[in-house]
Design a binder for this molecule. Sequence first.
Ligand SMILES: [Zn+2]
Ligand SMILES: [Zn+2]
Length: 473
Amino acid sequence: MILCSSHIRSLYIYNHLIKHFKHKILLYNSKINKKDKVYIWKMIISGDPIIIIGSKSSVLIPFGNLDLIIIDNENDFLFKSNNSPYYNARDVGIFLGKYHNASIILTSDNPSIISYFNVTIGKYGLLRYKHKTNYMRLKLLNMYNKYDNNFITNNILKKIQYNVNNRKQVILYHSNNDYINIVKCTKCNKILKCIKCNKILIYYVLYNFVQCFSCKNKIYYEIKCNICQSNYTQDKLDIYNFIKINLINNYKIDIITSNNNDKNISIIKEFNKKNINIIFCNHMIFDYDIKNYDIGLIIMLNFDKYLKRPYYNSFENINNILHKIYKKLVCNNNELLLQTFDITQKMLQIILSKDYFYYYNFEIEERKQFLYPPFCKIIYIELIHNNDIKLKNAIQYILDNLITQIDNSNQILISDNIFLKKIKNIKKYIIMVKIYFNSTKKLYLAKIIIMSNINIISNKYKGIKFQINVDPL
Ligand SMILES: [Zn+2]
Ligand SMILES: [Zn+2]
């Protein structure tokens, strides 16, 4: 089996190999119909030698005699499921291979920190082939601005306009929470715009003035609303809407979102037909087959945000994203701009050095110092309910119980990092458990302790939904 991180990738590999193997090769992903799935299952039961090209769910095929498993692009974060059950198809694939005593090959041109660590400790072997990642068409866009850290500037808008006017397409890669500071009327909600050019004015918090990015018209904002004479108040506008409202009207602009697959597919179709000039996207873009030869410009907005490291593997994630953007979108006709406020920062320099071993050693040293994977195992225990008191009692119960068991086993450490996510009425608390272990047996015991606690609590506090996320990304 060749295991791929997405159905698009599986289709790509299938189309590539079908010429060589003809009827010996079968495609298994979420897009094939039930009849084809049944056919594949029958083929597997019959024991005939076949090659399966599969996406994540193919690790659940009931193989009788798996001989070889190749995990394509093993560092791809798409192997990890976003929803419960949070399985990581790469890890399940490795387990599946071991279970069948099959040969396991992980391939990557940018191996994950954990896989390379496994090479250094002799758990995995290493086959190297020489490759070059060419970051030649990458440029840094220094955003240093004496006013404020606003990350949309005239410079960027000009570059976008230049490309669209030259019949080139533009991709703006951003994270979902990128906002522009604006001001609006407290009463009539009208956003303050420039009198001369009717563009939305950007609010520079530190200096307490609003300014038009286009004509540089500057206003201190203690003025009253010209419609209802009320005061203005500070607000945020997401970057997509800001650009959409402020750009030249006849540009076609759209956005790829994480929760509307059908809409995304039709947007990509229109983009590939050149009916869309500008596309906003996040990592979802990698799930689709996008044509890159008419893209003139790719901008990673607010790149610094990714380097601020809110989580231990943030740096690895951004390194992977950059690598993917490179492979998927960058070609000889275009350029990639990384927007940053500080071109000297260390992380950026490490990424740009393209030196895998430098990057690896830096990451592994930090994780060793602060005790993060591969030097421990992280498990999230997620508790979901609408009753806050009930949730807090259950959490206290888990903490008390696990803490007493720490004394006995001396191998579990519960962080006090309990955090809350609110989705409508439903509250979700996450307890992060770090397990330091020096043998698989100890790790196994620790997991049993956690599971038995959860079993007790789900009986005691009925209605609370539990989800376990091992190695969260
Ligand atoms: Zn008003
Ligand atoms: Zn203006």
